[in-house]
Ligand binder design. Structure first.
Ligand code: NAP
Length: 281
């Protein structure tokens, strides 16, 4: 039987600290912390994410500036808006909600955001700094995972960590964070051979592939720490993760549920990064 890592509870606790930091910033600097959130188009999932981010900002006292542009917005218009936000002193962080509509080039838009306002931690300079174990704004989801490990007293040092998934926003920065924390890290993906055996060697297994209940108990070492980043739907349309939670919780020492695990930590780390960006401005 395992300990359930409660991301919801931890996120609430961290947000209290963030709220205090926001108030202190206002007192000391005489101004608010501002986050610009840019949404293009009508993607329903993106609209929900953006609404949740704006609500979370309000709850901790960060002023959000929301820009909802029509789906047919042209590249030059979006670029002009981002440039305006880059030059705006009220704005400490800029978030462009992805995915953008297909006719827009997301990479060139994101390149316009300077590293100090890149609160998603996606730009090449922040990724490079993370890779070199230097100060950086770190991608929110993997950063949240590290906070969870820390809060539950799980030290990656010397442990064998396996990261399943190699996306730029989760898998790769996750692997770098674990490496920086002195774990011995293996990154797996769709071409990995003997995946089950590799996973079964992990003391810490972080799963981010987007396949419902993919990780079964036989892929998990007894006593492993299992972190499930996935946000999927099961056969009944119910929200679930990449890990077969019911079976794996009997074998792991610590495990995150879905929902209520990594998800709430992601937005919390966005708030955290926004405060950091403001403090460094
Ligand atoms: P992604 O960009 O689609 O990347 C998926 C990765 O998983 C790829 O590296 C892919 O390998 C690998 N993969 C896919 N199927 C595999 C298989 N059968 N065996 C081994 N590897 C496989 O996904 P993502 O953006 O990282 O997201 C992953 C999951 O996390 C999704 O469910 C997403 O919704 C969730 N997520 C949650 C949060 C949160 O806040 N909780 C935040 C972000 C993402 P290749 O590279 O070889 O194709």
């Amino acid at each position: 039987m395992s300990v359930r890592i409660d991301g919801k509870e931890l996120a609430a606790k961290l947000r209290e600290g963030i709220r205090e930091d926001v108030q202190r910033f206002k007192r000391e600097r005489g101004k608010e912390i501002g986050l610009a959130v840019v949404l293009v188009g009508e993607d329903p999932a993106s609209q929900v994410y953006v609404r949740n981010k704006i609500k979370a900002c309000e709850e901790v006292g960060i002023r959000s500036y929301s820009y909802h542009l029509p789906a047919e917005t042209e590249q030059a218009q979006l670029a002009a808006l981002v440039d305006e936000l880059v030059g705006d002193e009220k704005i400490h962080g800029i978030l462009v909600q992805l995915p953008l509509p297909k006719h827009l080039d997301a990479e060139s838009i994101l390149k316009r955001i300077p590293p100090e306002k890149d609160v998603d931690g996606f730009c090449a300079e922040n990724v490079g700094n993370l890779a070199m174990n230097r100060t950086a704004l770190v991608a929110c989801t993997p950063f949240g995972v590290m906070k969870m490990l820390e809060a539950y007293g799980i030290d990656p040092r010397g442990k064998s960590a396996v990261v399943l998934g190699r996306s730029n926003i989760v898998g790769k920065p996750m692997a770098m964070l674990l490496l920086n924390a002195d774990a011995t890290v293996t990154v797996c993906h769709s071409k990995t051979k003997d995946l089950a055996a590799v996973c079964a060697g992990a003391d810490i297994l972080v799963v981010a592939i987007g396949r419902a209940k993919f990780v079964t108990a036989d892929m998990v070492k007894p006593g492993a720490v299992v972190i499930d980043v996935g946000m999927d739907r099961d056969e009944n349309g119910k929200l679930c993760g990449d890990v077969d939670y019911e079976a794996v919780k009997e074998k792991a020492s610590y495990i995150t549920p879905v929902p209520g695990g990594v998800g709430p930590m992601t937005i919390t780390m966005l708030l955290y990064n926004t405060v950091l960006a403001a403090q460094r401005s």
